[in-house]
Write a protein that binds this ligand. Structure first.
Ligand code: PCA
Length: 207
C-alpha cells in the first residue's frame, strides 16, 4: 500500500473568513509527493469536535506523516512549530462559542510534546524552493495548538510523524483599510513551500 501523508487545514473562525490552510489542504488532496499519496482534510475550529474529526481521519487513512496546518495572522513566513503544549487558553471563542481557560488538552498527559517531522530538513527544503520559513517556538494556546498536541500524542502511540505549520494570511483575506495591513503570502507560494517540505518529510525521501 502506498505511503499516505495527511495534511489538515482549518475552516473559518473569528475574523478569518477564508482560511488559507483550508485552501492548501484542498489543493494538495490526491497529489503524489515523493512517492506518497497526500490526503487533504479540513477540520473545524471547534475545541469539542476537532479531536474526533482528527481521529476519524487517522483511522481512515493510516498516514505515515501528519502535517496539520492553520493560519496565524501576523506571521510573515511559513512557521514550522517546534512544540505543542498541553493547555487550552482561548483569547477568542471557537466556532461553537467555546472558550476554555487554562484547561489541558489531555488530562494527565505530558506538558509539552515536540514535533517529530524533520523540521531542519523541511526548513532547508523551503529555503531551496525560495519560500521564507522559520522554526517557531509556540503554536499558541488555541485550536491549532490543541490539534498539534493531539497529533503529536497520537503519533507517538500509533507510529506516525507529526508536525504543525502555521501560515500567514493570504492577500484575499485581508481587506483594505486605513491602517497598515498584516503581512500576507500568496497561496501559490505557501503551496510551493508546503510541497517542498512534504517532499523531505516522507520516510525514506531525500534524507
Ligand atoms: N488558526 C487558529 C485555529 C485555526 C487556524 O487556522 C490557531 O492558530 O489556533
Amino acid at each position: 500500500m502506498a505511503t499516505t501523508v495527511l495534511v489538515t487545514g482549518f475552516g473559518p473562525f473569528g475574523e478569518v473568513r477564508e482560511n488559507p490552510s483550508a485552501a492548501l489542504a484542498e489543493r494538495l488532496d490526491g497529489e503524489k509527493i515523493a512517492g506518497a499519496v497526500v490526503r487533504g482534510m479540513i477540520l473545524d475550529v471547534a475545541t469539542g469536535r476537532v479531536g474526533r474529526q482528527f481521529a476519524a481521519a487517522i483511522a481512515a487513512h493510516r498516514p505515515a506523516v501528519v502535517l496539520a496546518t492553520g493560519v496565524a495572522a501576523g506571521r510573515s513566513a511559513l512557521a514550522f512549530e517546534r512544540v505543542a503544549v498541553n493547555v487550552r487558553d482561548f483569547a477568542i471563542a471557537d466556532v461553537d462559542g467555546e472558550r476554555p481557560c487554562d484547561v489541558p488538552v489531555v488530562e494527565g498527559a505530558p506538558d509539552g510534546l515536540l514535533a517529530t517531522v524533520p523540521l531542519r530538513a523541511m526548513l532547508a527544503a523551503c529555503r531551496d524552493a525560495v519560500v521564507p520559513a522559520y522554526l517557531s517556538p509556540t503554536a499558541g494556546t488555541f485550536v491549532c495548538n490543541q490539534l498539534f498536541y493531539l497529533a503529536a500524542l497520537a503519533g507517538r502511540r500509533e507510529g506516525f510523524a507529526a508536525g504543525f505549520l502555521h501560515v500567514p494570511l493570504a492577500p484575499q483575506s485581508v481587506s483594505s483599510s486605513a491602517e497598515a495591513p498584516p503581512p500576507t503570502m500568496e497561496l501559490a507560494t505557501m503551496e510551493r513551500g508546503l510541497r517542498a517540505a512534504l517532499g523531505v518529510a516522507v520516510p525514506g525521501a531525500g534524507r
